[in-house]
Design a protein around this ligand. Structure first.
Ligand code: ZN
Length: 484
């Protein structure tokens, strides 16, 4: 390899095999595709510009959905009085081990410690109590884009980090039915984001009592199945327990003129979605980003050659770039004239750009460009006059291919099995989703721990008469898997 190629990482540390070394493959892609970098504080990551641009594309879609469904964005403080966290028993019990607490500031010990928000229910409910006085103030529908801190002992970039970025929606309603509708509406919006933008098929349903959010009556989840057979919780939507409204004294005068407590929800999705798309779509060449959320949908590689001056080749590349940009595509030219085309192809494939466009002296003379599809590697010569149509159609095709391919892979790993004894071995060795019956007792659920697995969600199907573990009747089907 030439010296120049070394700028893409030392040649000896090549991309690990995705099939045999998934975990190493994941780390390599995160760092070498320049999504993130290591931070000096353990458990934290730096999101690099390419990774952040990807997050911004996801945010753009989700923020529009949040606003279109009647919510407004606001910003609440990073620091929360520690006493707020202790007001709701389940909430503090769930979060206590993960809290970062500020005890000193301004050069002295604080009278009252402050916690760095692990989530913002408490501070937002405190404010709701002051803002909600009458049924006319309801529903109150607020969203916050923020960072939160949950101390992590074992971190993995984008999947589990001490500090992460997310949106958290918090709403208050007059009736329980309205709160249920809200939680389900936002779950539906998340599913649309996952499937129609991130191209990740998901299964959605309720969490079990032991898996739900600390302080929720009901938690809805949507989960993807990663290529290594492990489930990934991609986001949640909760109906918050009435104890919160009582603890924070959020009271309002109802339509009958008497005092009521509102019904609350919260829902969130995080930078973990980036981890989900890496693990769903990646291949032996690296990342593949679905076109709808790719920060760069087409990378133009000018093929420099002595038969034509570099500036002439670049001028033609810019003309092509302008044409495609006009039609609303996100596009970039790799202007580096030092690296070889091969090294550039390698790097942009690793970064998962869905379409590559090459243009060199011969193409310029013929008024054509060469497109390469990131998934199939298929090349196509396209005349300048057909550029826009071809690019849009091919990106649509890639978006669809990614979803179909992920759906097919999931189908191969989604099994219906009657008894744990039938699937325990496969569950441990091969992973996958196991759809089975469950009596909904904690005792039967706890057995799954012995196989490093858990219930992921209850689904609205009933295939089995009895529980996977005991002979009691099954209430509904449940998805069992090992999970991140
Ligand atoms: Zn049972």
């Amino acid at each position: 390899m030439s010296e120049k190629k070394k700028t893409f990482g030392s040649p000896s540390s090549s991309l690990p095999n995705i099939k045999t070394d998934f975990s190493e493959w994941y780390n390599y892609v995160v760092y070498k595709a320049e999504l993130a970098d290591h931070a000096p504080v353990r458990g934290c990551i730096v999101i690099k510009p390419y990774g952040y641009a990807l997050w911004e594309e996801i945010k753009k879609i989700l923020d529009k959905k949040i606003k279109d469904t009647g919510h407004e964005n606001a910003q609440f403080p990073l620091l929360i009085p520690e006493a707020f966290l202790t007001k709701e028993a389940d909430h503090i019990e769930g979060f206590a081990p993960e809290l970062a607490v500020v005890t000193h500031a301004g050069g002295k010990k604080l009278d009252e410690p402050l916690v760095v928000r692990p989530t913002s229910e408490t501070i937002i409910h405190y404010m709701f109590a002051q803002w909600i006085k009458s049924w006319r103030d309801l529903p109150m529908k607020i969203n916050q884009w923020a960072n939160v801190v949950r101390w992590e002992m074992r971190s993995r970039p984008f999947l589990r980090t001490t500090e992460f970025w997310w949106q958290e929606g918090h709403t208050a309603h007059e009736t329980a039915d309205e709160a249920l509708l809200e939680a389900k509406t936002m779950l539906t919006e998340y599913i649309d984001l996952a499937q129609n933008y991130l191209a990740i098929p998901v299964v959605a349903g309720k969490k079990s009592e032991s898996e739900k959010f600390s302080g929720a009556d009901t938690t809805f989840t949507f989960e993807g199945l990663m290529q290594d057979g492990k489930a990934l919780q991609m986001g949640t939507s909760h109906i918050i327990s009435q104890q919160f409204a009582h603890a924070f004294e959020i009271k309002f005068q109802n339509r009958q003129g008497t005092e009521s407590y509102p019904f609350l929800t919260s829902w969130g999705a995080t930078t973990r979605l980036i981890g989900a798309l890496i693990m769903t779509h990646g291949d032996e060449k690296g990342l593949i980003i679905p076109p709808k959320i790719a920060p760069c949908q087409i990378i133009i590689i000018p093929i420099f050659h002595k038969s034509m001056a570099n500036h002439e080749i670049l001028a033609a590349a810019e003309k092509v770039e302008d044409l495609l940009k006009e039609s609303g595509l996100r596009i970039k030219i790799d202007r580096d004239s030092e690296s070889s085309p091969g090294a550039k192809f390698y790097q942009w494939e690793l970064k998962g750009v869905p379409l590559r466009l090459e243009i060199g002296p011969r193409d310029i003379n013929e008024a054509v460009v060469i497109f390469t599809n990131r998934i199939t590697g298929a090349k196509k010569k396209v005349a300048w006059g057909d550029l826009k149509d071809f690019a849009h159609e091919e990106l649509d095709t890639i978006q669809k291919m990614l979803f179909d391919r992920a759906l097919k892979k999931r189908a191969e790993k989604w099994h219906k099995r009657e008894k744990l004894t039938d699937f325990a071995k496969d569950l441990e060795e091969k992973g996958g989703f196991y759809q089975t019956g469950w009596c909904q007792s904690r005792e039967c659920e706890a057995i799954l721990k012995e196989h490093k697995a858990s219930t992921r969600c209850l689904i609205e199907e009933k295939t089995f008469d009895t529980c996977f573990n005991c002979n009691a009747p099954s209430v509904t089907d449940v998805i069992v898997a090992r999970a991140y």
